[in-house]
Each structure stands twice: as structure tokens, then as C-alpha cells.
Design a protein around this ligand. Structure first.
Ligand code: BV8
Ligand code: ZN
Length: 234
């Protein structure tokens, strides 16, 4: 049944969260050892937190960026990159800011929550590659205009990039196969894309170590590590 569904698919969306990067050594947010166990999102991933204590937020993102630079795509990212050539239409829609999909070779990737590989000045908006910025103590570095550089990510309370989200909604509504990998489905409006696809009649295949609120929408829910299951799917 699953095999037929996958082989027959024409328009595919692969929707990913922190779980797909876990086997690359990048911590997830929820669950044991997750980032939110040690930090409160509202203390670090909001514009208010940045205004209140830019050095604290700057240090946290500098640590996460160092880990992302050192990380390598895993078998899960690589499997998804290979699938791109197998379907007439396939797009990766990710909540991740680590660009491991692109580093594994995926070409069509929608970054719903931005990326840490880009930074922008909080005053003039100038955008630069994060690894082109000089280290600053205390972080973050300053722009020529005197403004502080902030990570190019979407913080809680900030809108998602409109064009990116609009395309993600369109692709989800047009998909006949929607693969959900390594997400707890707890952050909105991203989590709502699964329902958009389900309502449009797509087959929903979830890959996760454990059940999630999205499992109820899934046609098939596969339990285990993405890096082990995804290479076997095709
Ligand atoms: C906005 C970037 C409005 C920064 C992130 C509706 C209802 C309730 C709340 C809201 C709502 N609408 C909006 C909200 C508020 C809020 C929200 O969703 N709050 C939550 C906490 C309740 N949403 C927002 O604020 C959004 N903005 O609504 O703006 C607006 C509109 C106009 C004008 C002004 C404002 C913005 C949300 C984006 C926030 N930024 N990231 C950064 O990373 O620092 S969110 C961040 O957390 C990630 O990007 C990701 O989205 C989320 C983490 O979730 P997951 O990726 O799923 O990770 P998690 O650890 O939870 O789960 C991992 C899963 O993997 C687990 O299930 C685990 O079992 C599994 N797993 C682990 N290892 C493996 C595995 N599976 C397979 N293999 C493995 N190896
Ligand atoms: Zn500036």
C-alpha cells in the first residue's frame, strides 16, 4: 500500500523539523535534552528578547551557528535530495534554519523560519552571509550604520516570509504525497500545512521516533529515526 502510494505520486511535499537534523548532532527543541529544556523560547527567540539583551541572544545564536557549520547532512537529508529526481514535482518545506537540506543537494527548499546562514542589520536591514561577519565580543557584530546584526530567522511573534509561506500553502494543497519528518507539529502556522494537504486528499506519511499531534492526520505513521527509515522508503 505505502509503496504503491509513493510510486504513484506525482506532486510531493517533504515537510521537515528539527528531528531530521538530530542525527547530524544538532539538538531538537522539545523532548529530552532539547533546547527548550534549558532555555525559554521567549527569552531568546523573540524580538523583545533581542532588544532586552542582544549579547545573550547573540551568544546563543553564535553557538548554534558554530554547531550548524560543523554539522554534516545525514542519510535522511541525502535520501530526500535523491528523491527530487524521482518525482515530476517535489519541494522541501522546512522549519529548520541549518541549510542541511541544501548541503545534501536539495535544490527546491522553502525555509519557513528563515536561516542562520544569513544575518541582517536590525536598523537598516542590510543582509549579509553570517560567516562573512567578523566575530564580535560581546556579540552580535555592528553594521556600518551602527545597528546590530540579528540572525535571518523568524522569531516568535514575527510573520513568516509571505511569498515563501504562500508557496508552501499552494504546494501543500496540490500535493498527492505529503511526507512529514521529525517535527512535533507544535509551532504555527507551519504545523497547519499538514492539515491543508490532508484536506486536499494527499497521502500523509509521518516519520518520527514517537507519535505527535500530527499522527492523527497520517495515512501511515512510521516510527524510528529519519536517517534509517528515509533511505528505505524509495
Ligand atoms: C506568527 C526559528 C504572527 C528561530 C522558529 C496558533 C496557535 C498557537 C500559537 C500560535 C498560533 N499562531 C501563532 C502562534 C504563536 C507562535 C507559536 O506557534 N507558538 C507555539 C510555541 C505555540 N507562532 C509564531 O510566533 C509564528 N509567527 O504567528 O506571527 C504574525 C503575523 C503577522 C504579523 C505579526 C505576527 C513564528 C513561529 C516561528 C518561530 N521560529 N525557529 C530559531 O530556531 O531560533 S520555531 C522553531 O521551533 C523551529 O523552526 C520549529 O518550527 C520549532 C521546533 O519544532 P520542531 O522542529 O518540530 O522540533 P521539536 O523539537 O519540537 O520536535 C522534534 C520532533 O522530531 C519530535 O517529535 C521528535 O520525536 C522527533 N525526532 C527527534 N529525533 C528524530 C525525530 N524524528 C525522526 N528521526 C529522528 N532522528
Ligand atoms: Zn545597518
Amino acid at each position: 500500500m505505502l509503496r504503491e502510494t509513493i510510486v504513484a505520486a506525482r506532486r510531493v511535499v517533504v515537510f521537515t523539523g528539527a528531528g531530521i537534523s538530530q542525527e547530524s548532532g544538532l539538538g531538537t527543541f522539545r523532548g529530552p535534552g532539547g533546547l527548550w529544556e534549558r532555555f525559554r523560547p521567549e527569552d531568546l527567540a523573540t524580538p523583545e528578547a533581542f532588544a532586552r539583551d542582544p549579547a545573550l541572544v547573540g551568544r546563543w545564536y553564535a553557538e548554534r551557528f558554530a554547531a550548524m557549520r560543523a554539522a554534516q547532512p545525514n542519510a535522511g537529508h541525502r535520501a530526500i535530495a535523491r528523491w527530487e529526481a524521482l518525482f515530476p514535482s517535489m519541494v522541501v518545506v522546512t522549519q529548520n534554519i541549518d541549510r542541511l537540506h541544501q548541503r545534501a543537494g536539495s535544490r527546491d527548499v522553502l525555509e519557513l523560519h528563515g536561516t542562520l546562514w544569513l544575518s541582517r542589520c536590525a536598523r537598516c536591514g542590510r543582509q549579509v552571509p553570517t560567516d562573512a561577519l567578523p566575530p564580535a565580543d560581546p556579540p552580535p557584530p555592528r553594521c556600518a550604520c551602527g545597528g546590530l546584526f540579528r540572525p535571518g530567522v523568524v522569531w516568535f511573534g514575527e510573520p513568516l516570509p509571505a511569498a515563501v509561506f504562500a508557496r508552501a500553502e499552494r504546494e501543500s494543497a496540490a500535493a498527492d504525497l505529503f511526507v512529514v519528518v521529525g517535527t512535533s507539529g507544535s509551532v504555527w502556522p507551519a504545523a497547519g500545512l499538514v492539515e491543508v494537504a490532508a484536506r486536499a486528499g494527499a497521502a500523509i506519511v509521518e516519520v518520527n521516533r514517537e507519535a505527535t499531534p500530527l499522527s492523527a492526520l497520517a495515512t501511515e505513521s512510521l516510527r524510528g529515526a529519519a536517517g534509517e527509515i528515509l533511505p528505505l522508503l524509495l
